[in-house]
Design a protein around this ligand. Structure first.
Ligand SMILES: *Cc1c(COP(=O)(O)O)cnc(C)c1O
Length: 358
């Protein structure tokens, strides 16, 4: 008898994920480079060259002409590395990191593994970091001040220049987490200051495997100065290369090659088109919810949060929709590139149907 081949889920009803279908060129490149290890760059030179290309383009996207950094396993690793670099270069024995309470949960992991105290401050009424509230938590032991450019729950962009100023005041590094927002922000028509060109930030996270349409795993860690990388480097006696600044050792060449292929295919025009389509969809579905009388959080990036009753959320989940919630319990729709207008219309049809039969 023939064995059934396991197949992954379809994206047809996935409204909860920050990942998406890879670009076809990214998928193809991932397969081609499966058996490569950028963690040993002198042995695996072709993929190491691609990684340099990726870091260069990520620098272009984030306003940094001579970027340092690498393709990480994801935003979690990049954020851990930012905290690690900040801790390692500081003199204190009792390090703390100051962040808004909207930071991604990866910072809680970073604090845990690195023995750093994570201090989070309340956000303002619009869900953005409040620099004054953060300033009350910062002191001589603060090693990093963190801002988010595109929060995971509401897509909010923190006032990064004010946070960079706060970091400078306490001689800490300033890190920006643009893991999800980084591939959308260059194309928005608001004049948000979020990247290396806009403020004296030190490090930044931007993930090709989210809006960048690379295959998983492909995260991005970027640093303005080589000294940040030096703070992460350890000696590597058995490899051809002499030192390593990454957190993991053997790494996915598939992720690196797919990121290179996606950037090559999509930066900048493809990403602009994808962002514009996604934002139109987010605005459209937000209006559709508001017209039905729901409370909607204004989607400043392609991410919509809506207050829906638990029974309705559960009924939609039963119909196969993959949905997630914010910490406050709102329904959270991420308008990734696989989320089409037709898909959202079908979702709203189901929503109307569930409400009628409730
Ligand atoms: C998704 C996300 C992360 C974590 O990235 P992973 O690739 O899942 O490790 C970190 N920060 C933000 C803002 C995110 O949206």
């Amino acid at each position: 008898m023939e064995q059934a081949v396991p197949t992954p889920q379809s994206f047809d009803r996935v409204l909860s994920s920050m990942c998406t279908r890879p670009h076809p060129a990214a998928r193809e490149a991932a397969e081609r480079f499966l058996a490569t290890n950028p963690g040993d760059p002198d042995t695996y030179r072709a993929v190491a060259a691609l990684e340099n290309d990726v870091v260069g383009v990520l620098g272009e996207i984030t306003g940094l002409a001579e970027p340092h950094g690498y393709v990480a396993s994801g935003g979690t690793e990049a954020n851990i590395q930012a905290v690690r670099a900040a801790r390692n270069r500081a003199a204190t024995d009792d390090p703390n990191v100051v962040a808004p309470e909207s930071v991604h949960f990866s910072f809680h992991k970073a604090a845990d593994v690195l023995g750093v105290d994570l201090r989070t401050a309340p956000v303002d009424a619009d869900g953005r970091a409040a620099p004054d509230a953060m300033a009350t938590l910062a002191d001589a032991d603060t090693v990093a001040v963190v801002g988010v450019a595109g929060t995971t729950e509401y897509g909010r962009v923190d006032p990064i220049p004010a946070l960079a100023e706060l970091a400078a005041d306490v001689d800490a590094l300033c890190h920006v987490d643009a893991a999800w927002g980084g591939f959308a922000l260059p194309f928005t028509d608001r004049d948000w200051d979020w990247n290396f060109a806009h403020a004296p930030i030190d490090t930044l996270t931007i993930d090709p495997h989210k809006l960048g349409r690379a295959a998983v795993p492909a995260g991005g860690f970027l640093a303005r100065d080589s000294t940040t990388m030096d703070a992460l480097a350890v000696e590597t006696p058995y490899l051809e290369s002499m030192s390593q600044a990454t957190l993991t050792g053997t790494r996915s060449g598939a992720g690196v090659a797919s990121a290179a292929a996606a950037l090559d295919a999509l930066w900048p025009d493809g990403y602009r088109e994808a962002y514009e389509r996604a934002q139109d969809n987010a605005d459209w579905v937000a209006t559709a919810f508001a017209d039905r009388g729901f409370d909607v959080v204004d989607p400043v990036l392609p991410l919509v949060a809506v207050d829906v009753p638990t029974a309705l959320f559960d009924a939609l989940t039963e119909r196969g929709w993959r949905l997630s919630r914010t910490a406050c319990g709102e329904l959270r729709l991420v308008c990734m590139p696989h989320v089409t207008r037709e898909m959202l219309a079908a979702f709203l049809d189901d929503l109307d149907d569930c409400r009628r039969s409730a």
